[in-house]
Ligand binder design. Structure first.
Ligand code: GLA
Length: 397
């Protein structure tokens, strides 16, 4: 609440007016199912307590005034000249949402917006999806734009793909909207069927930022997408019903693998087995078999390291240390990879020991320090409507 109150007073200082709404949208970690979303497969993310806080006020004209509190930067533009600004990457996420709403013909006016975040930037915890979700939620609510939750998710995702230009899957935007406290979101990225899976009790989720940021991450990400496409073409020659790697069975893979290019074979192996790990993983969680679930996490990391080749020495060092520590069930990289964060699940009474061990051993193996968070699993985007008198009383000091 403190950050929300502070964001409201910053809004007043910047825009000399009252905000109408504050929206929070969380970042995420993915427990299992990596790089499967754009292969129409399965994912199992959770929304975490790192979030974007965005305050918005309506305007009577077509002007869009944005301010990034953490960066102390402002941008002014108009609804009639929305374009991507390569010099000012942070503003492209909200501007993309304006552009997508315009594209669907939504009744839109300008707005004053300021935002800040507790999600570390570029760490693979989906700060960009959270900004898009916060902005899409705020604008549709502010201007009473009728939109289903699902269309809002797609709109936020399209703004990342079409405006920002990152060809990502839909997982991050989905969980930033649909996250549920103490539950993981099992999502079928083909038909968007989803289920909430309760998080096991007595465990903690530890998120470790390796501090590694890779400029090449996006070009590698796009390359992986292309490789998966090549794999689909290969399998579709035998079975034209195959539209995505999600459709390939283990048997089909086994009968084809010898005739495949080794790189494409490795990429396919990861996606096909990773989808199975998600399905088996949710069953393990539902049956309280945390040891089993943890094994799937470790297998997932090894597959991402060896077959999908999106890990890095620092993430591997983190996983190697974590899995040796007492009370740790599973550890792996999370998100796109090539740097960013690792996660692990650990028994509550063993957290201190794990943190101690990582603080001591990680700098020796990786040659740098690690930022460690104890994450809690939270709800998706939340709106605080300050036009409602009760809410103003609660939030405005
Ligand atoms: C990034 C993308 C997601 C997903 C993951 C990998 O976070 O934004 O859509 O593809 O990488 O699982």
């Amino acid at each position: 609440m403190e950050l929300i109150r502070d964001t409201i007073s910053r809004f007043k200082q910047i825009f000399y007016s009252e905000p109408d709404l504050v929206v929070t949208a969380p970042g995420r970690v993915n427990l299992l199912g990596e790089h499967t979303d754009y292969n129409e497969g399965f994912v199992l993310p959770v929304a975490i307590d790192k979030q974007i806080i965005l305050a918005i006020g309506s305007r009577d004209d077509e002007e869009v005034h944005l301010h990034a509190i953490d960066l102390m930067r402002s941008v002014r533009t108009s609804l009639n000249s929305l374009s991507k600004n390569p010099e000012c990457f942070w503003s492209n996420y909200p501007l993309g949402v304006f552009a997508m709403l315009r594209a669907i013909g939504a009744p839109l006016r300008g707005a004053n917006i300021c935002y800040r975040g507790t999600i570390p930037l570029g760490a693979g915890l989906s700060s960009s999806a959270a900004i898009e979700v916060a902005c899409a939620t705020a604008l549709t609510r502010l201007y009473d734009i009728p939109i289903s939750q699902f269309d809002l998710i797609k709109l936020a995702w399209r703004s990342e793909v079409e405006f920002v230009g990152v060809n990502c899957g839909i997982m991050d935007q989905f969980v930033s909207v649909m996250g549920k406290k103490n539950h993981a979101v099992f999502l079928d990225c083909r038909d968007f069927h989803h289920e909430y899976i309760p998080c096991p009790k007595g465990l903690r989720l530890v998120v470790c930022d390796t501090g590694v940021r890779r400029e090449l991450a996006y070009s590698n990400y796009n390359l992986r997408r292309q490789e998966c496409q090549e794999a689909v073409s290969h399998f579709a020659k035998k079975n034209p019903a195959i539209r995505a790697l999600r459709d390939v069975t283990v048997e089909e893979f086994a009968s084809e693998e010898r005739s495949m290019d080794p790189v494409i074979r490795n990429r396919s192996r990861h996606i096909i087995m990773e989808n199975m790990r998600v399905l088996r993983g949710i069953r393990a969680l539902q049956q309280g078999e945390v040891v089993e679930f943890g094994k799937f996490m470790i297998d997932s990391h090894m597959s991402l390291r060896d077959y999908y080749e999106v890990s890095c020495p620092e993430l591997d060092a983190f996983v190697d240390i974590a899995v040796e520590s007492e009370g740790v069930y599973g550890a792996r990289m999370t998100g796109a990879g090539f740097g960013g964060c690792g996660i692990c699940i650990v028994r509550e009474d063993c957290v201190d020991q794990l943190v101690e061990r990582l603080r001591h051993e990680y700098p020796i193996s990786a040659g740098r320090s690690l930022t460690i968070y104890l994450a809690s699993v939270e709800h998706g985007a939340t709106t605080y409507d300050l036009r409602d008198a009760g809410m103003t009383e609660l939030l405005v000091t």
